[in-house]
Design a protein around this ligand. Structure first.
Ligand code: UDP
Ligand code: MG
Length: 327
């Protein structure tokens, strides 16, 4: 039976100065209750990951850490994006914790899901996916794009848990599994189902941000979707081959028809038709080249084996000592 385990909440923060105090208050209450009820160990912590924020986020994290040692933090050397920030936090937390749960800094994920996730963990799950029960509070645009995204991913054969954001529980064992995935292009929602082990789902309501603005521009959303598709599927490359074959077949038939028609009446040379065809074919070729280029670009990044993140500062020097002392 799993009990009195060390939980680390991993919270990525990018320019979250406006919400951090509110978040800290809510997470503090939640963690204290869990500690008091002996659900989690008193060695449990909240780990803020400052993802190269340009505002006062790191100063706030330092202040919060000095006032309350339930909170600790790491500072990445620059902005690396949510996926890398989450990964960095999880890998650091793995050294101290039995289990981690990732939550957004803006409290959009209802934090009561933590209790449900811990229940599942107690019952033996190594990974628990937080799944939003509805998208009522999302903007119309986000609803449409998200719906299309999951359908498309499913269509090209990428295994993903629908409506699961980045809110998830991972045991130490699952994190050790994750560590073995060496790819540089991180798409956690695609990688994590590949780890295996016993998994489970916890449903929650997703609200609006308590303060501040979303850090996900349309550009970031498109990059994220591309990352998922290119890192997990070669179906787009196959579609190109299929398209190429189809084009060849159609042109071949058109050519035969032309030759036959020319034999019947000597008047088929249509410049407009030819130009349109050239444009059509060039367009398809450019598209195909673009998609191949995307894959080559990813390979280029992978072979360089650049670090996913660099930690500039840490506010967790005593965490190991606390663990050792209390053992
Ligand atoms: N975030 C991050 N790095 C980034 C962008 C976002 O660490 O480059 C964090 C952000 O602080 C938040 C979480 O990732 O805790 C989700 O971001 P946000 O709430 O802006 O996204 P949305 O919920 O609107 O999709
Ligand atoms: Mg958010």
């Amino acid at each position: 039976m799993r009990e009195n385990f060390i939980l680390y909440l991993v919270v990525p923060c990018y320019n979250e100065g406006e919400v951090l105090e509110i978040t800290t208050k809510a997470l503090n209450e939640k963690m204290q209750t869990l500690i008091k009820n002996n659900v989690i160990s008193e060695k449990s912590k909240v780990l803020y990951v400052n993802d190269g924020s340009k505002d006062n986020t790191w100063d706030l994290i330092t202040k919060i850490h000095n006032e309350n040692n339930l909170f600790c933090g790491i500072k990445l050397s620059r902005n690396r994006g949510t996926q890398n920030a989450l990964y960095a936090g999880s890998m650091v937390a793995k050294e101290y914790a039995d289990v981690t749960i990732s939550v957004e800094a803006d409290l959009q994920d209802d934090i009561n899901v933590i209790d449900k996730m811990l229940e599942e963990y107690k019952n033996g799950a190594e990974i628990v996916y937080g799944v939003r029960s509805s998208r009522k509070k999302d903007t119309f645009f986000k609803k449409i794009t998200a719906g299309f995204f999951y359908k498309f991913m499913n269509f090209i054969g990428i295994e993903m848990v629908p409506n699961h954001s980045e809110c998830r529980l991972m045991s130490k064992k699952a994190l050790e599994g994750l560590e073995q995935f060496k790819e540089n292009n991180l798409f956690l929602r695609g990688i994590i189902p590949q780890i295996g082990y016993k998994t489970s789902i916890a449903y929650y309501d997703r609200g609006e941000r308590v303060a501040g603005k979303t850090k996900f521009s349309l550009k970031k959303m498109i990059n994220f979707a591309m990352e998922g598709i290119i890192s997990f599927s070669i179906v787009p490359l196959r579609l190109i081959s299929a398209l190429g074959f189809l084009m060849f077949l159609i042109s071949f038939i058109v050519l035969i028809c032309n030759v036959i028609l020319q034999q019947i009446n000597n008047n088929i040379s249509d410049l407009c038709f030819i130009i349109t065809t050239i444009f059509l074919v060039s367009g398809i070729q450019l598209l195909a080249l673009g998609i191949i280029g995307e894959y080559i670009g990813k390979i280029n990044y992978e072979v360089k084996k650049r670090p996913r993140y660099i930690i500039e500062e840490e506010l967790l020097k005593q965490n190991k000592e606390i663990n050792d002392e209390k053992n």
